[in-house]
Design a protein around this ligand. Sequence first.
Ligand code: GLN
Ligand code: ZN
Length: 755
Amino acid sequence: MSKNYVIGFPRIGEKRELKKVLESFWSGEVDFGEVKYVANELKKRHWAYQKSAKVDYISSNDFSYYDNMLDTTILLGAIPKRFENLEDEELYFAMARGNKEAVAMEMTKWFNTNYHYIVPEISKETKFKLNSKKVISEYKEAKDFAVKTKINLVGPITYLGLSKSVDNSDTFLHINSVVEQYCKLLEELSLFDEEIVVQFDEPLFVKDLDSKILSLIKPVYDKLSKVSSNIKVVVATYFEHSNEATKILVNTPIWAIALDFVYGSKNFEVLEEIESSNKVLIAGVIDGRNVWKSNISKKVELLDEIAKKVSKSKILVSTSCSLLHVPFTLEYETALDSDIKSWLSFAKEKLLELKLVSKLFFNEELSLEDKSQLKRNQEDNESRKNSTKIHNKKVQDELSKLKTNERKDKFEDRIKAQREFFKYEDLATTTIGSFPQTQEIRKNRRDYKNSLISKEQYELQIKEYIDDCIAFQESIGLDVLVHGEPERNDMVEYFGELLDGFAFTKNAWVQSYGSRCVKPPLIFGDVTRENPMTVEWIKYAQSRTKKIVKGMLTGPVTILNWSFVRDDKPRNEVARQIALAIANEVDDLQNAGIKMIQVDEAAFKEGYPLRNENISKYEKWAVENFRLSVSKAKIDTQIHTHMCYSEFNDIIKTIEAMDADVISIETARSGNELLKIFKKVGYKQEVGPGVYDIHSPRVPSIDEMVEQIEALLEVLPKQQLWINPDCGLKTRKWPEVKQSLENMVKAVNIVRNKK
Ligand code: GLN
Ligand code: ZN
């Protein structure tokens, strides 16, 4: 009897069936009955896959129409006032996406993944009231399908810890009433079966928690474990170690604790406590958030290590976290290089790894099929290690011989040379890079990719777009122009496709939020740049105008953070290879006469570790690699960077250390408040705080932007300020963009003339 456990399973469907039906429902093409039908079919299929892979603990309530945190808000009845008169699916989707009267609830990143959850809104007045419908119906559905599930719930401490307070009150004020709802739910559940396993996800426990939150753990889990003797409580943590919490949890009557041994090797430090408390240990050894095939024998060794401290009979073999964070299956990857494909494992394939690892660990007899899977696993791992596809001596040599890792000239000297060269005015106006991605431009790229049009036809259309873009920018009097990025589908994919060491899939979608999925590139080998990637387009744009055209690149840290990264090399080394490729691109651009270059680091902050103890190490190599990526810039080449964040207080020193000549940031929604930190630390480089929010179609008026610019001038002097929108314009429509930018330039001119 092997004993294995899956924390959770992806729900979007192997062909994104859920996405498709949701979007048809939202656009009014189908009714909600159709959504329900598709959802039920998906759930059944997902249970069946797990059942046939002999998973012992399969989840229910890991499914969601949109998001599990949102489901929890409904479960607990914490409905914000503005949605109060709605119900059922109308309520649910209004909370997620807003409706005519009410804005949507906020959405934010789930820990350090690319999944986004709907942030609960809590105030002093929030009243909780259990609505157990979904949890119970899903449990019953599974049971009707002959699968007895464990029930996944978001733990009360994580739920409140991730909530936002709308009145500055402490969200944990509500801990007792939240726990009370959960107790009621457990009571209801206890009637359904002789024994029920309930998994409380508490990933908050992997953060550095203050003593107040830690002090809640014991009373909360004492209470939840005592509701009924037939309810077995599991507390699941993932993405890091949770040692402080584990040490408390072992003194509560919970049944089991699930720990991540892939991303939280420090969990080893608490194994003795787990053993002496007699808890069951759910050992997460199969990587739930990266796509590489496990090395089966290494996983068994890891479990054997764990079993030196915890009795084997108390161990369940598990995924490190929910498989939500990996794509569904490799089955449809017919175009992928067969070697690369043989090194990969997505959710469905991971189920088989789990089965094999647990059989081996528990010394169960292997079937013929198991034996051949094991043999294949060893061969595939061997082939990956030795493959010439992943090793590239050229880049390794170039990196080991590198003499300069950063720019030599000091900012003070650089900015003087740059100002002399470019002669731009104070409050120089520019944009972040992309202009609207029209239907035609998408079709053009698609047709070219599918060989429906010739290279000449494709390039002609791109050039026409660039011509229009340049002409428009000139006509409204912007100071620094861009080419508009019409050749790019995505800021990472574009570069990945041109760099060696990257692979792309057809169908490896991962849910990002709601119905939205992303298909991250795979970095499988050493990264090198064979040819210039952007030079021709930027040069073309520059040839159409006498004004300055700013070149546009994506930075190494962002490329890394938005990809699935090889696990046989440290991330910092992969980033270094990308940084070198970008550095060579910067050099080619400046040699082609493009002397203002933006290196976007939109996802710089996303790579931050969950534990404070690891932050300085990340910051160090992230900054080093950014600096390497611009190291070849000459004194009068001006380096810009852009970050899609508004909150810089914690990381301002790191931003400063990146040493870009100009940084544009996303402050539009907060007036000049967030800029103050730049002043406080004596930030010297130039800053372009976004003066309007591009996330909304609204056109800001001239007056409004005059006011905004004047507010910025209260914080930083005009010599230090650039004026721009707060992010790229690719999701907007041309008419809005034209009007907004025209107003922005007019506003700047008004302010300039006043001084
Ligand atoms: N240059 C990119 C653009 O304008 C930056 C995108 C981003 O910040 N996410 O689209
Ligand atoms: Zn941005």
